[in-house]
Ligand binder design. Structure first.
Ligand code: AMP
Length: 514
């Protein structure tokens, strides 16, 4: 079946919203859906009934259609089921990173005005008074929300929501400025999940190791909804622990992770060709996977990691093929039913393959807009409905997309554009370099000075900075060569493995000016 037809079929089938689709696809209610870290198993039916109980608790606290429910909890099956409960209520699920401080949570609460917050028991008293109701939930099945489940029935009459209704409000992980809330609809999430089930060939035989956080789209939707709509199952882990993941491999068929998962697996002695015998598929995303990691992984295991590209606002846009060539260093082809184009960032004119420009996307997966922010929404959509992702990239002759970095990371030095990834790839080839990040920092003559921050391999410090610069001068046009190469013990990363270049720019802001 072709994937576009699959989503069209869903819309034509009379199924009207995400929970109805979950129900319609639940062909074996007794099949296992999640095995929790504590060994508790939840069948599909158990999970559905749990979501019904949670919906009843929320309704009891007057949560209704369109209301926001903010959730900042440690990873647990109940925590995940709050999403389905909100979808059944017609409410809007708002997950928050567990690392956010009370002051940060305060910003989201003011912006989104949730009528109810679910948080860890220790935070309940701090949050009391900031929103209508505060309920607690821990990862051991405790807290006021968990207790309230005992007195609520599992039967729940779902709200009559439609495909275009909002169901989740996800704040972008924005490393600069205030993060914005992306409002996702039932059809955004359903269409992407249906597409991914087909594209990655998920089915009842599959067991996915789930070691990602559930406050971010990757672990919350990409991993979970693909499983939920394909009759397969999840092995739920609170966090990524490399020993634990290796020990789970024999029970699993697939893993979705950020690049750090793969570099950690690769450097672990217990990770062998034999340990991945049962595995069908390794998927990577949320941050760039080094071509070197891709190749090293394939050499060691025989598996080519499938890299894909998505974002909070759009879910998945492109993917390397399940059947077909998975090209290291690329994020693959546009997914069926999703249009992807590369344009001149200044004029919006379409660019030919090979040229680097702004990546834009259009399709049923693309969010409707930023929460209560029509100006920002208008600024990031073209009049013909394409969303301007902010990522720069180019297509090759076969239609594979390569990402060159975030638009805001582009360095403009003496009027020339420098794409950090090109320089990072050159620097990473030095045998003493583990990894690198190239940034632009203020420079009196050039506007911005190209600057490299590198992590050296063990035992390689100190390194010969001027020798490395001289070597790069042989390989790169003069304007692209870093003026300084600075070594650090590690690059600053956020929870999803993304290098926080804005922090590096702040740290080295005075390098050429003071
Ligand atoms: P988020 O909204 O937190 O999921 O971040 C989305 C951003 O992560 C994208 O706009 C890209 O900049 C980056 N990203 C996601 N997947 C990849 C990938 N496979 N390669 C490079 N960057 C990626």
């Amino acid at each position: 079946m072709d994937e576009l037809a699959a989503w069209d079929d869903v819309k034509n089938s009379g199924v009207a919203n995400f929970p109805e689709l979950v129900r319609a696809r639940m062909l074996a209610p007794d099949a296992n859906f999640i095995r929790g870290e504590d060994g508790r198993d939840f069948t599909y039916e158990d999970y559905w009934l749990l979501s019904g109980r949670i919906a009843n608790v929320l309704a009891h606290h007057s949560v209704g259609a369109g209301d926001r429910v903010a959730v900042q909890v440690a990873k647990s099956v109940e925590g995940l089921a709050i999403f389905l409960a909100c979808a059944r209520l017609g409410a809007i699920f708002l997950p928050l990173n567990t690392a956010y401080t009370a002051a940060e949570v305060d910003y989201f609460v003011r912006d989104a005005e949730p009528s109810l917050i679910v948080c860890e028991p220790a935070k309940a008293s701090v949050l009391a008074g900031t929103a209508g109701t505060v309920l607690a939930l821990d990862d051991q099945g405790g807290g006021s929300l968990a207790e309230a489940l005992h007195s609520q029935p599992s039967a729940f009459a779902d709200a009559k929501t439609g495909w275009d209704d909002g169901v989740a409000l996800l704040y972008t992980s924005g490393t600069t400025g205030k993060s914005k809330g992306a409002l996702l609809t039932h059809s955004n999430l359903a269409s992407n999940a249906v597409t991914l089930v087909e594209a990655w060939d998920f089915g009842p035989r599959d067991t996915l190791i789930h070691a990602l956080p559930i406050y971010h789209t990757h672990g919350l939707f990409t991993a979970t909804n693909t499983v939920l709509l394909s009759g397969s199952s999840l092995l739920f882990r609170r966090k990524f622990d490399v020993d634990e993941v290796i020990s789970l491999l024999p029970q699993a068929t697939s893993l979705m992770g950020v690049p750090t998962f793969y570099t950690r697996l690769l450097s672990h002695k217990g990770f062998t060709r034999d340990s991945v015998k049962h595995m069908r598929l390794f998927i990577s995303g949320s941050a760039p996977l080094l071509a070197e990691t891709h190749r090293g992984f394939e050499e060691k295991t025989g598996h080519a990691i499938l890299e894909r590209f998505g974002m909070t606002e759009t879910s998945m846009n492109t993917s390397n093929p399940y059947r077909g060539e998975r090209l290291a260093g690329t994020v693959g082809l546009p997914l069926p039913g999703i249009e992807v184009r590369v344009t001149d960032p200044a004029t919006g004119a379409l660019l030919p393959p090979g040229d680097v420009g702004m990546i834009e996307v259009r399709g049923p997966n693309v969010f409707t807009g930023y929460w209560r922010n029509p100006e920002k929404t208008a600024a990031e959509f073209r009049p013909d409905g394409f969303f301007i992702t902010g990522d720069l990239g180019s297509f090759d002759g076969k239609g594979y997309l390569t990402i060159s970095g975030r638009g805001k990371d582009l360095v403009i030095t003496g009027g020339f554009n420098v794409y950090p990834k090109e320089i990072e790839m050159e620097i990473d080839q030095f045998p003493e370099v583990e990894e690198s990040a190239v940034i632009g920092v203020p420079h009196a003559d050039f506007g911005e000075g190209v600057t490299a921050v590198v992590v050296l391999k063990a035992g390689q410090s100190p390194f010969d900075e001027s020798g490395m610069i001289a070597e790069l001068q042989k390989r790169l046009a003069k304007f692209k060569v870093p003026k300084r190469i600075i070594s650090v013990p590690e690059l600053p990363r956020n929870a999803m493995g993304k290098v926080q270049k804005s922090l590096l720019r702040q740290t080295y802001a005075g390098l050429y000016t003071s």
